[in-house]
Structures are given as structure tokens and as C-alpha cells.
Design a protein around this ligand. Structure first.
Ligand code: ADP
Length: 490
């Protein structure tokens, strides 16, 4: 016979379990109270979030008086369920959801508890100021940080605002800078007056940054200053932009001024030869019979016409250089012959003008090696421009020009004079267009300021460099280089 099995009754089984066991087994915090608020039992989870409370304690002892009244009322009214908030610390509260599990007297409530983190005021302030992309801080009367945000911490090379607390600028910045900050703050503490939106330059490790800073005194309820609050906005980009704008404005004004001077000079340079041409043509029309005088007038008209043509050529050249349209046409020619011809032309010019200047040339290569391949017209133009200037700015002494071979592949040309010289600060500028040492409207020497910038453009186009050495009242030496190429034309 099979053994008799006893049918287990479900109610029996449940009755065998104590409610304490069920609470103990629960994975969430549970507490059991009676209507008098007495803690009947609680589990480990509850202990973890509310260690102050023990079995047999009374819940009322942990509540504020207003909450006490409410709970007492709810329990006596036998309400089926209610919630309870217990604030433990500023940022910690426990919420317990009570449910009546036995309504007959004495009734029992089972509470499921949950710990909730609330954000404290100081955390809220810190979060808030960390979000603002400005340097924000509060300092005490000794200029020590009480509060700071992420931005200022980062700028001061720290990982977190906490690294600043209790320290002062002197712990992070160079001494002089920290002293300046402290001085500003002392003046605020002494005067009680804020410093509003002032521009501050901060140089650390050679890096310049600009801030728009506001520092305000903080007062307690008695009106005493307790510290300083500061807000600084990084305005480096806008300061840099402003400076660039100012520079560009100055440059534009200078360029405008140079253009006006240039136009004034130009009209003068055009009018002078034109007046010569018109004046002497007029003389010729007056039926001048003396053939010698006639010839002289024709020579003057011719010379003035040539000057005018040179000027017009200069204007065309500079616009071609500016628009990168100048073409180099290389050919093979004798450099030594070119120098001889230039010497002859300029010696003639000097003697025509009755100047007390000697001209000398230096040929750095024998005739056989001086057959070079480059743009003959442009090389002639560069040397002519420089020698013309040398004559213009020299009253007595000597002008010599020539070349030598350098490193086998470069021809180094020079034009030396014993003239007025060039002030140090103009040595670079004179190679720019329209620039002259004397940029006043009442200049001693004429000219348009185009010659050297044309030379620069042409030398570059030929593949060389141009520069000047000069001493005031002693003279100048203009140098330029051109690649030494020998090529026989087919
Ligand atoms: P321009 O001679 O028409 O003024 P340039 O461009 O040839 O124009 O020269 C620019 C300026 O450089 C001259 O106005 C002058 O102030 C200076 N300069 C050029 N050559 C000499 C020189 N040999 N000696 C002194 N100053 C010179």
C-alpha cells in the first residue's frame, strides 16, 4: 500500500511564516509600525538607509512636530495608506509609503522606504556657476577662495574648483600679477565700491589674455563687508580683433595718405615736363630765327618728352607688377657692354647738369664670361633706376656701380653713392610703392616713390633679392642679385 500523503493546507503554510521573515526576505527597505507609531520590526535594507532607527523606537521621535501631528491624525483615522517624508540631511530624505496590512484593532502598517537624494543649495549654486562660461569666484577678506567655478579652476591650471578653496592667487599666478589682483580687492574692501567691467591683461607663461572683470563687495546683514565676488569674461578674441581692426584702419589711413601724396607728386611730375614742352613749343612758334636757339629749344622739348615717357612707363610697370602681368623676356647679351653704355649715358647726364660727381664702374667678369642670359631690358631698367636715384640724392663725390660673381651662380650688383643717405627706419619702407623718406608735400627732391618698388618687383621676377646699406650723410649702397645664367641662343 502506498504511504498516505497528508494534503498540506495553504493557509496553514502561510500561517507558519512570521511576517518578520517576509519583511527580512524583502529586497527593499521595509518597516512595520502600529497605530501608536511604534516600530515593530524592520529589515536590513531599512537599517542601511535609516540606521538611527531601531525596533521599539517610536517613529514620532524622528519627525518634525507638524509631520508628527499629520501622521498621528492619519493613523488614528485608520486611513488605508499614506506617504511620509523624513528629511535627514539637507540633501538626503527618506520617503516611506505606508500601507495598512491589518485593519482590525490594533491595526498594522507596512512601510516601504526609499532614500532620495535632493540637491543642496550649495550644490545647486556650484552646478549653476559651473555652467556659466565666465570666471566666477567668491573670496574672503584675505583674498582666499571660498567658492570658484570650473572655468576659473581650469584657467588657473587646476582640475577642480575644490583645488582653489582656501588658497589665494599668489598660489597660482606670478607674484606681480597676484599682487595686482590683491591690490584691486583691498581697494574694494576699503572703499566698499565695486569695480565694474574693467579690462584686465593677464600674462602667464608669455601668453596674453584679456578679461572684462567685475568685482563686488559682499555684505552681511549688518552691512559689514565679508568678502568679494568676482566675474571675469575672457575677451581676448574681441580685443585681438579690435587691435587688428585698429591696425587695419591705421594702415588704410596711411595708404590713403600715401595715395594722396602720390597723386600730388604725380601731377607735379607730369606738369613740370609738360610745361617745358608747351612753353618751348610756344617759343618755337614765335618764328624764332636763331637756329642755335631753335636747336636748344627742341632739345629741351625732347628731354621733357622723354621724362614724361619714363614716368608713364613707371606707372604702367607698377600696375603690371601689381597685377603680376610683367613678362620676362630673356636673351643673351654682353653685361660688360651694358655697363659701359650706362656709364657713358649717365656721365653725359651728369656733365649736362654740371654736377660735381665722378662715375666709376666695376666689371666682375672678363668679357668672355660676361655674355649672360637674362632680361636685358629689365636689368638695364633696374640699374638705371638705381643710378638715377644715386645721382638725384648725391651732391658731390662719386657714384660707382658694377657687379661680381658670387658662388658661381649669382651675379651681385651694387650701386654706391656718397649722397644724403637713408635713415635706418626707412630702409625697408622705401622699397614699398609710393614710399619716400620725405613724404611731405614740400619735398626737396621730386619723384613719385615708384622707382624702388618697380626695381623690387623686377628683381624678384628675375629671381634675385634687393636691399640697401646706408649711412646718413655718408652715402648708400643698393645691392641686388640676379642668377648667373649663360646660354647661347639658337
Ligand atoms: P622716388 O625716387 O621717385 O622718390 P624711389 O622709389 O626710387 O622713388 O625711391 C624712394 C625713396 O627712397 C626716395 O624718395 C628717397 O627718399 C629714397 N632713396 C632712394 N634712393 C636713394 C639714394 N641713393 N640715396 C638716398 N635716398 C634714396
Amino acid at each position: 500500500m502506498p504511504p498516505q500523503t497528508k494534503q498540506i493546507d495553504k493557509t496553514d503554510l502561510l500561517n507558519n511564516f512570521q511576517i518578520e521573515n517576509i519583511i527580512e526576505a524583502a529586497s527593499t527597505a521595509q518597516v512595520l509600525i502600529n497605530t501608536s507609531g511604534e516600530i515593530l520590526c524592520h529589515n536590513n535594507e531599512f537599517d542601511c538607509i535609516f540606521p538611527e532607527i531601531h525596533t521599539s523606537d517610536n517613529l514620532y521621535n524622528f519627525l518634525k512636530s507638524t509631520e508628527n501631528k499629520r501622521v498621528k491624525h492619519l493613523l488614528s483615522a485608520n486611513v488605508p495608506n499614506f506617504n511620509l517624508n523624513i528629511q535627514i540631511q539637507e540633501e538626503k530624505k527618506i520617503i516611506i509609503y505606508f500601507k495598512q496590512i491589518k485593519s482590525a484593532e490594533p491595526s498594522i502598517y507596512l512601510g516601504s522606504a526609499k532614500l532620495e537624494r535632493t540637491i543642496s543649495k550649495s550644490e545647486l549654486v556650484q552646478n549653476l556657476i559651473d555652467q556659466i562660461p565666465d570666471n566666477i569666484f567668491i573670496k574672503d577678506l584675505d583674498s582666499k577662495f571660498l567658492l570658484a567655478n570650473n572655468w576659473i579652476a581650469r584657467i588657473m591650471g587646476q582640475n577642480s574648483p575644490k583645488d582653489l578653496i582656501g588658497k589665494s592667487d599668489a598660489d597660482f599666478y606670478p607674484e606681480k600679477l597676484a599682487q595686482k589682483f590683491r591690490k584691486d580687492e583691498i581697494s574694494i574692501i576699503q572703499s566698499g565700491e565695486p569695480l565694474l567691467n574693467y579690462k584686465e591683461k593677464v600674462v602667464v607663461d608669455d601668453e596674453v589674455r584679456w578679461y572684462s572683470t567685475t568685482k563686488l563687495p559682499l555684505f552681511d546683514s549688518n552691512g559689514h563687508i565679508t568678502g568679494i565676488m568676482g566675474i571675469g569674461r575672457d575677451i581676448t578674441t574681441s580685443v585681438r580683433e579690435q587691435k587688428a581692426l585698429q591696425k587695419a584702419k591705421k594702415e588704410a589711413e596711411k595708404a590713403d595718405m600715401l595715395k594722396s601724396t602720390f597723386l600730388a607728386n604725380l601731377s607735379h611730375e607730369i606738369r613740370t615736363p609738360l610745361n617745358g614742352i608747351l612753353g618751348f613749343s610756344q617759343f618755337l612758334r614765335q618764328k624764332q630765327r636763331d637756329p642755335e636757339k631753335q636747336q636748344k629749344y627742341l632739345d629741351i622739348i625732347m628731354a621733357n618728352g622723354k621724362n614724361l615717357l619714363l614716368l608713364i612707363n613707371d606707372i604702367i610697370d607698377i600696375s603690371m607688377i601689381d597685377s603680376n602681368q610683367i613678362a620676362i623676356k630673356k636673351n643673351t647679351f654682353s653685361l660688360n657692354k651694358m655697363l659701359d653704355q650706362l656709364k657713358a649715358t649717365f656721365s653725359q647726364q651728369i656733365s649736362n647738369k654740371g654736377l660735381d660727381i665722378k662715375i666709376e664702374i666695376f666689371k666682375g667678369l672678363p668679357d668672355s664670361d660676361a655674355e649672360i642670359y637674362t632680361d636685358e631690358v629689365r636689368l638695364n631698367q633696374i640699374i638705371s633706376n638705381l643710378v638715377t636715384n644715386a645721382i638725384k640724392f648725391t651732391h658731390e663725390g662719386k657714384i660707382d656701380f658694377g657687379y661680381s660673381l658670387e658662388k658661381e651662380d649669382t651675379l651681385h650688383f651694387y650701386v654706391r653713392d656718397t649722397g644724403i643717405g637713408i635713415p635706418e627706419e626707412y630702409k625697408a619702407q622705401i622699397f614699398e610703392r609710393f614710399r619716400q623718406v620725405d613724404e611731405s608735400m614740400t619735398r626737396t627732391y621730386g619723384g613719385t616713390g615708384l622707382g624702388l618698388s618697380i626695381c623690387t618687383g623686377l628683381v624678384k621676377k628675375l629671381g634675385g633679392n634687393i636691399w640697401v646699406n646706408s649711412k646718413i650723410n655718408k652715402g648708400s649702397v643698393f645691392h641686388f642679385t640676379v642668377p648667373y645664367e649663360k646660354k647661347t641662343e639658337n
